[in-house]
Write a protein that binds this ligand. Sequence first.
Ligand SMILES: *Cc1c(COP(=O)(O)O)cnc(C)c1O
Length: 359
Amino acid sequence: MRVHNFSAGPAALPVEVIQQIQEGLLNWHGIGYSVMELGHRSEAFKTILEETKANLKDLMDIPDDYRILFIAGGATVQFATIPMHFLAKEKVADYFDTGSWSKKAIKEAKKYGNVNSVTSSADNNYTSIPAESEWALTPDAAYCHYTGNETIHGVQFHRVPNVGDVPLVSDMTSCILSGPLDVSRFGLIYAGAQKNLGIAGLSLVIIREDLLEQTNDLVPSVLQYNQQAQANSLLNTPPTFAIYVMGKVLKWVKAQGGVNVMAELNQRKAGKIYEAIDADNFYNNPVEISSRSLMNPVFRLPTKELEASFIQEAHEADLVNLRGHRSVGGVRLSLYNAITEHSVDTAVDFMNHFAKTRG
Ligand SMILES: *Cc1c(COP(=O)(O)O)cnc(C)c1O
């Protein structure tokens, strides 16, 4: 009944998670109503919140001096609130410009202060992460921001950039939990939930405690990291259902074996897609091989007409949401944790068949 959904976001959830949600929708754990109707200050909801934090801490091996916050709104809200908190007038924030999401984060930060572009791949249409020898880091920057995975251009950092003592801030919306990460390297990690963590309406923020001292009273209270840390993310009504779903997704990742198992699976899934792309000259991925995204492989076909037929015929074969982002066109297969290897194999068979009959 369900099709292979390669949507970039909101993205596919593990089917087991949807079933668990469905089971609790009318009567959750015998309380006679659902989590959607459960008060955020109830003991039952606090248990959900604490379990979700504990599972995330465990899965990501988050050190004790970090706080986990649930903030309403998407990652785009964080584009603004990060500079509002940390970018004082006399300071500079460093930003890597490696794709559409970095560009948006930079545009937002510039409203609040000075931004230095560490490096930019805009001139080659965002098809690589420029080499470290080309980076211009500011030694006393307020922070340094990078986008872990560029969801639209299909470009990913496969190593955490070394920025010295400057607090490292990262948008991990489309790669969080896709593999292991040394959280201790970061000042702040944020991620909208609708790609690898659950459903829309919620962002996760993981912040090192010393950064909570840097605040700005002009930031709305519900978006202030220190206030939300003190209130345990319950300053006002949080997106309770989205937190509940994230809790289910985290338990699912744990049951699969955790982030190392996810990393192996993701390598294998993306490997199969890139192998199909590279098989001959029919498909073309423009991204430098070492910067290719494991989460969002993108590719072009020889003509726009062929791309349209590919997407249409794929849809008829139950492979849906393959259209590249409207700003870049082409084809994109988003391969977040919830995408099964079976879905990937089905897509690869389709790609090979299409190339053979149309190439
Ligand atoms: C999807 C995405 C965003 C935007 O998230 P919203 O929740 O729509 O604000 C930001 N950054 C990255 C890397 C994304 O993939």
